[in-house]
Write a protein that binds this ligand. Structure first.
Ligand code: NCD
Length: 323
């Protein structure tokens, strides 16, 4: 493993499978009454969130605490950041407090790279979402969820290579989505075939260089997919009119009960959250048996535990020690 996790492209197949396998071992903890391990006792993890977040911040906090690390939450609102402090001064403050890992979410694409490569901090940097660029731990938790459902598990272990040739449709606002880019990269590394489905206005310039197929026709893609990953329409990032009306968007690119009926029996429906029910996904689909959206959240904690554990140099097996 590299020292930082900034992009899904930082993970080769062996590293990605190591994270997922470690997460599989840690995932079992979620079902135990006592969920804590001593693996990161005495280490400090700082959550540095410049952008709003619910599940990702809480997920990293739960992950670090379950490994017995000390956690410092640092949100931009209510801190000196709103007084104009720079990323550099914030970083120096964190360094002075002895952070071992900094988990950073920032509205600017590239901010975590700046933090990692500036020499301001000695800690490991984990990208928890930067602008419209990347969100590698979301891609890892999505891959983990896919393995659990499609890459059959023998006694809890993930079978390496079992996403090979699986077809994953990623649908919606790809242009503004860091989840889509990280998933495209990681799923390709793991051998899956990704099709991005979006209106032409919501596909990024240069998507031709991504390791994916693209389509404007959701109805044509759905019957072939092994998993359908819906993306939120990120209206807070939209400056112009990317589609005529929300109703028109839903009609062409929303997943509703009628479309869900065209999926194969084993196909699962995913969403990174937060969902806009009625826009990209209807409530009956979100709450259906095919939906693994709530499970994704549980899996996110296990995957982030694995990432923190491996980045902070865990050489002993993560599971095994008694608290
Ligand atoms: C995503 C994000 O923030 O990029 N959500 C998440 O991390 N769970 C996707 C989104 O906001 O739509």
């Amino acid at each position: 493993m590299k020292r930082h996790l900034l992009s899904a492209a930082d993970l080769g197949r062996d590293d990605a499978e190591l994270v997922l396998q470690t997460a599989a071992e840690l995932r079992e903890l979620a079902d135990r009454p006592i969920k804590k391990l001593p693996a990161l006792r005495g280490r400090t993890v700082v959550n540095l969130f410049f952008e709003d977040s619910t599940r990702t911040r809480i997920s990293f906090e739960a992950a670090a605490k379950r490994l017995s690390a000390d956690v410092i939450n640092f949100a931009a609102k209510g801190s000196s950041l709103s007084k104009g402090e720079s990323l550099k001064d914030t970083a120096l403050t964190l360094e002075a407090m002895g952070a071992d890992a900094v988990v950073v979410r920032h509205g600017a694409s590239g901010a975590p790279h700046r933090l990692a490569h500036s020499g301001w901090v000695r800690s490991s940097v984990v990208n928890a979402g930067d602008g419209t660029h990347e969100h590698p731990t979301q891609a890892l938790l999505d891959a983990f969820t896919l393995y659990r459902h499609l890459g059959s598990t023998d006694g809890g272990r993930l079978r390496p290579g079992s996403l090979e040739g699986r077809r994953i449709a990623v649908v919606g606002d790809v242009l503004h989505s860091r989840v889509a880019r990280s998933n495209a990269l990681l799923l390709r590394t793991l051998g899956a075939e990704v099709t991005l489905v979006a209106p032409p206005t919501l596909l990024p310039v240069g998507v031709g260089t991504w390791p994916v197929e693209t389509s404007y026709d959701l109805d044509a893609v759905l019957p072939k997919a092994d998993a359908v990953m819906m993306l939120r329409v990120q209206r807070e990032r939209m400056t112009g009119g990317f589609f005529p009306t929300p109703r028109e968007y839903s009609r062409r690119y929303g997943l509703d009960g009628r479309r869900m009926a065209t999926l194969q029996d084993h196909t699962i429906v995913m969403h990174p959250g937060p969902m806009v029910r009625g826009m990209e996904i209807t409530a009956d689909v979100a709450d259906s048996d095919r939906s693994v959206i709530v499970e994704q959240v549980t899996n996110g904690v296990a995957v982030r535990m694995a990432v923190l554990y491996l980045l902070l140099g865990g050489s002993e097996p993560a599971v095994g020690g008694e608290e």
